[in-house]
Design a protein. Structure first.
Lengths: 492, 420
């Protein structure tokens, strides 16, 4: 953006949010150039609005000036979803982080987009309720971001992902309007389900300023088991066996040998170091039911090759088992200076062959690949370990990622289960959608955003995209944990 | 070119007078019928209609054809009855892919053979098709626990007037690639494209099931008991409150004024615990639990009740859970009523002559967050009433979406919200 244009725009935006909450100083905006992906690009201006009305005015001013808008909160996107790749204005929700209403009577909560996922469940806990989707980054990621990516998490196997738990949205459109779609009702709103369309649209259709979510009663008991296997193939087959019994656990997570080693080094979760793979399983229920289901699952695990099944005897043991899983990505630092996270999905039955193929890629290329993932729904998270200081490694890793996503697509799966297409996979989306498919989606995008200003450069394959405004030198790839100042409870 | 001439140049079959009558919509008759054999064929057919242009009404099993405003035009009956295949089903993945014209009952039979089901139970599954269920967002009573159509569709193939087939979603249970167009098409009443295929996630049939009936003198204690149960971890999979008329219509001869019927499903011990809890809550709300023989067809009859044939009008009030009382207070004494308190729904059957007045009173009672829609009505009533109620906020976007996907307005013109 030309300096004169930028200064003029900044002045107008300051008129909306106040001098303090709009800035363009190169040093200050630098913090907003990245998210948890390796991609970076500098915004021209950063705005921190305090109200939905301010957001709407900011969006309107930007739209009139034909300046790109990228919304972000925690910026924990692993797919570059919040990197302002075409520059312009970044709107961040640091000040819009209030839980507006906890409405137990109607089984709803109303929140601002900047509310941290975990803090909503913490606020609900004293009432005996929770908000189900629980991305492993839930200590940092926000509901607004969750809406953008239709975020998942381990416990979405049984209860569904973000879109299944959102009943209404308020959005700011480029026209400057604030529109409420859906709302508090349990039943569907009249007309097209715009709420459902907007969830997962990665900020390309509008800027979310308020969210109505479902809340549900906490399960009386959560029974957590750790099943130990000689290898991932046996563990994968056990997953199919469990599902075949008709019991659908609340969560089925898998970690392979390398991941176990990293996790044990970092968090001492108590996973056996000599295991080829472990499954972390959880069932919900009343005490008697959870007990019974736990026993039934333990039996199935043993009958399908588990050398050992441990059951958490109390909440502390349960938390320890989960701590290992939820801290798995951060723990990779114990194995490697850098890693690249994938997010592919395959049909559950294709897990063994897909994992074998990923293993073959690892052997062929010499790059170690860890697997920590949501086995129950076939959502893989291969982590490719590398050293960004070594010239050429990052480029090779990107090619490996590409190959893995192609594998997933060819197996009848998808190139993203919960992280979103973002910037990272906008070319990979072609593995699952034809030009005709994308053309329909693009028409829909243009209804909301005729000038292509809402989070441009994301979701759709690149059309003359500008290269990143700034790429950090090798060895300085931002790592989300550091970027967010978070500890060890991040991601996925 | 005149109206008649337009349809004469259309390919597709001429139809008999008898077929015309069978495929009439709100008293309008089609002049042609198209019966595509797959998604590509459907898109080719739509392209021809778009070029003509000819107004298309999509037909599945016809169980929801009384929903919506009177079409502005109707030239071509676009039937999915030649698209009935189960394309893929992998029980171990808990997913399947089917053509839109498949009757739901046939899909459920295929799933049941593997101990699985789609936990959606719209009215008249023997006739209702998968595509019709999606387009009309037709849900049954189990929505309280299992959600609605939108929660179970994981992929679609849609034929558009452009002549193209475009897909969204996929075959896996977790997938965020691209826009979630499943949500856009579910409940769009075929106004944005013709659903040709749908992919679903499915579930294992619960190990155990039970029904509890509570007897109440007044509706609100029954509704409150149902809402209280909806707040429990052991919430019923269906909870309905019926007045005497509706109870009789569902094959029960008991002479109770208001009945709370609860369907409990799950693992064996879970259902036992849920049953104890349900009985306790009914009693605490002042209801009586009667050892009544429940006819096997009771739940099916209650499910089908909301899609009546003939001259009956069916209204549905939608409110937040705690805002049902004002609507209940305005229910006419002679209406037949089934409420689904856990979903904030009250359905009532009326005689056509009473419709306009009741609709107005209920809309006033439903308040700012509530809505009242006409789910079924004979053509004699429709011109005098507003079937959908006032267009919702965001309506300009809806109209623009329609314009983007169906620029010539050939799909179900005039039947949807706000004249879309």
């Amino acid at each position: 953006m030309e300096r004169a244009d930028r200064d003029g725009l900044l002045l107008r935006l300051r008129g909306v949010v106040g001098d303090r909450y709009a800035f363009a100083d190169p040093y200050e905006v630098r913090l907003y150039q990245y998210d948890a992906s390796p991609e970076t690009a500098l915004p021209d201006i950063v705005v921190i609005p305090g109200t939905a009305k301010e957001v709407a005015q900011v969006v309107k001013i930007c739209a009139e000036a034909r300046v790109p808008i990228t919304a972000r909160s925690a910026a924990s996107s692993l797919a570059g979803g919040t990197v302002p790749v075409e520059g312009g204005v970044v709107i961040t929700f640091a000040r819009m982080d209030s839980i507006l209403e906890i409405d137990i009577d109607n089984l709803r909560a109303v929140v601002q987009p900047g509310v941290v996922n975990l803090s909503l469940s913490q606020a609900l806990k004293p009432h005996g309720y929770y908000y189900v989707p629980d991305p492993s980054s839930q200590g940092a990621c926000t509901i607004g971001g969750n809406v953008g990516t239709n975020a998942g998490g381990p416990h979405t196997l049984l209860y569904g992902v973000t879109v299944n738990h959102v009943t209404g949205l308020e959005i700011a459109l480029p026209s400057g309007e604030l529109v409420q779609v859906g709302g508090r009702n349990a039943a569907e709103a009249i007309g097209y389900d715009l709420t459902g369309l907007l969830v997962g649209s990665e900020g390309t259709l509008g800027v979310v300023t308020r969210v109505w979510v479902k809340i549900q009663p906490l399960p009386p008991v959560q029974k957590t088991l750790l099943a130990v296997y000689p290898d991932v193939a046996t563990a994968s087959n056990a997953v199919s066996a469990i599902v075949g019994t008709g019991i659908l656990p609340a969560a089925i997570e898998m970690m392979d040998k390398l991941s176990i080693q990293a996790i044990e080094a970092a968090s001492h979760a108590g996973y056996p170091l000599d295991a080829g793979a472990v499954l972390l399983l959880e069932v919900d229920g009343t005490p008697a039911v959870a007990e019974e289901l736990g026993e039934r699952m333990a039996k199935v695990c043993r009958e399908n090759g588990a050398s050992e099944v441990r059951v958490a005897r109390n909440e502390a043991e349960r938390q320890a088992l989960w701590k290992g899983r939820k801290g798995a990505f951060s723990a990779m630092g114990r194995l490697s200076s850098d890693f690249y996270v994938m997010d592919g999905v395959v049909p559950r039955t294709k897990l063994p062959e897909t994992l074998a193929k990923i293993d073959a890629i690892s052997a062929r290329t010499g790059f170690k690949i860890c697997n920590v993932f949501h086995a129950g729904d076939g959502n893989l998270h291969p982590l490719v370990l590398f050293d960004a200081f070594e010239p050429g490694q990052y480029e090779t890793v990107l090619r490996i990622g590409d190959e893995i996503l192609k594998l997933c697509a060819d197996a009848g799966g998808s190139v993203t289960g919960e992280h979103g297409i973002g910037l990272e996979k906008r070319e990979n989306i072609r593995y699952v959608f034809s030009d005709d498919d994308l053309e329909v989606m693009d028409r829909i995008r243009r209804v909301f955003d005729p000038h292509g200003l809402m989070n441009p450069g994301k979701v759709f394959p690149g059309k003359g995209l500008k290269p990143s405004a700034l790429r950090l030198p090798p060895g300085h790839l931002p790592r989300a944990a550091a970027a967010l100042g978070a500890k060890d409870d991040l991601w996925v | 070119m005149g109206v008649k001439a337009r349809t004469e140049v259309l390919p597709g079959q001429q139809i008999s007078v008898e077929q015309q009558q069978r495929l009439s919509v709100d008293g309008l008759l089609p002049s042609k019928i198209m019966r595509p054999v797959d998604a590509e064929d459907a898109a080719r057919g739509l392209r021809v209609c778009d070029l003509t242009p000819a107004a298309v009404v999509v037909w599945g099993g016809g169980t929801q054809m009384r929903l919506g405003s009177v079409p502005r035009r109707y030239d071509v009956a676009f039937s999915t009855d030649a698209m009935t295949r189960l394309l893929e089903y992998e029980p171990a993945d808990l997913t399947c892919r089917v053509e839109a014209g498949m009757p739901l009952k046939d899909l459920q039979a295929a799933l049941r053979a593997h101990g699985q089901r789609l936990p959606l139970d719209p009215p008249h599954p023997e006739r209702a098709t998968v595509g019709g269920m999606l387009a009309a967002n037709a849900n049954g009573l189990s929505r309280a626990r299992y959600g609605t159509v939108r929660d179970w569709v994981i992929g679609i193939a849609v034929a558009y007037p452009s002549g193209k087939v475009a897909r969204a979603g996929g075959k896996v249970v977790k997938n965020v690639a691209g826009y979630d167009l499943m949500k856009l098409h579910v409940g769009a009443l075929g106004t944005l494209g013709v659903l040709a295929e749908a992919n679903f996630k499915v579930q294992a049939i619960p190990e155990a099931a039970a029904t509890v009936l509570g007897h109440f003198e007044a509706p609100m204690p029954a509704i409150d008991a149902a809402i209280r149960l909806a707040h429990q971890y052991l919430a019923p999979s269906a909870s309905i409150v019926l007045n005497r008329d509706a109870l009789w219509a569902c094959g029960m001869t008991a002479d109770w004024r208001w009945t709370l019927a609860l369907k409990l499903e799950g693992y064996g011990r879970e259902v036992e615990a849920a049953r104890d809890l349900a009985i306790r809550f009914v009693r605490e709300a002042g209801g009586r639990v009667e050892g009544q023989d429940i006819p096997a067809a009771f739940w099916d009859a209650a499910r089908d009740w909301s899609a009546p044939d003939g001259d009956i009008v069916l209204l549905r009030a939608i409110t937040p859970l705690q805002a049902m009382q004002p609507v209940v207070d305005q229910l006419p004494a002679d209406a037949s009523v089934i409420a689904q308190p856990a979903s904030g729904l009250i359905d009532l059957r009326l005689a056509p002559s009473a419709t306009a007045g009741v609709l107005e009173r209920l809309r006033a009672a439903a308040g700012g967050e509530g809505q009242v829609v006409v789910l079924a009505a004979p053509p004699s009533v429709k011109p005098a009433i507003d079937v959908w109620g006032p267009p919702p906020p965001g309506f300009p976007i809806m109209r623009a979406l329609k314009q983007a996907l169906d620029p010539n307005g050939i799909l179900n013109p005039g039947r949807f919200v706000g004249g879309i």
